[in-house]
Design a protein around this ligand. Structure first.
Ligand SMILES: [Zn+2]
Length: 188
């Protein structure tokens, strides 16, 4: 994996892992799918392997990503959803032709209609977003407490009190900042 590209953040919820490919939206944004090849890599890591991706397909992916981000954010804070963002999500969902299959060891595997069909993979992501935004799944949409992040994430913790989109990044940064502030205060 070329070192010049930022790593992916891995999460257990497909739609919000996908929106996490652009992070620090309110700070210095980090684009984790800067090229079509990186989208192919991301899809592979997330069980939606395609063998190629065009610049136009990457544009479709990013448009879907921002639409999911906008819609999930509005849902998390109880605001009306943007009609155009919802249209993008629905459009991608309708155009996807991926089929769920069951493996003998009881895993769900997506079968795309062709190996170059990024649109099928985006359809799966759109459907995942629909299920969490519609409240079909056990969990709650919330916004990351980091002021430079504010990513919408899906909280499946029992108490529904998770604060950070990702404990390893935003959560950890907060912990470190608190530690340094405390040490600085004690040294004065
Ligand atoms: Zn965050």
């Amino acid at each position: 994996m070329p070192a010049e590209f930022p790593d992916f953040r891995l999460g257990s919820v497909l739609a919000t892992s996908f929106t996490g490919t652009l992070s620090e939206r309110h700070g210095e944004p980090v684009e984790r799918i800067p090229t079509p090849r990186r989208l192919v890599d991301w899809l592979t890591v997330n069980g939606l392997a395609v063998d190629s991706c065009t610049a136009a397909q990457l544009d479709l992916a990013r448009e879907l990503r921002e639409s999911i981000h906008a819609t999930a954010t509005a849902a998390a804070i109880g605001e009306p959803l943007s009609t155009s963002a919802v249209e993008v999500i629905n459009g991608r969902s309708v155009q996807g032709r991926a089929a769920a299959t069951l493996t003998p060891d009881r895993h769900r595997q997506w079968r795309l209609s062709s190996a170059s069909c990024v649109e099928d993979a985006l359809g799966v992501i759109a459907a995942d977003a629909i299920s969490i935004i519609a409240g079909e799944r056990d969990g709650k949409l919330a916004l990351c407490a980091s002021p430079t992040c504010r990513a919408a994430f899906f909280d499946t913790s029992q108490s529904r009190s998770r604060k950070w989109c990702d404990m390893n990044t935003c959560g950890n940064r907060h912990k470190k900042a608190r530690f340094h502030a405390k040490n600085a205060a004690e040294n004065h």
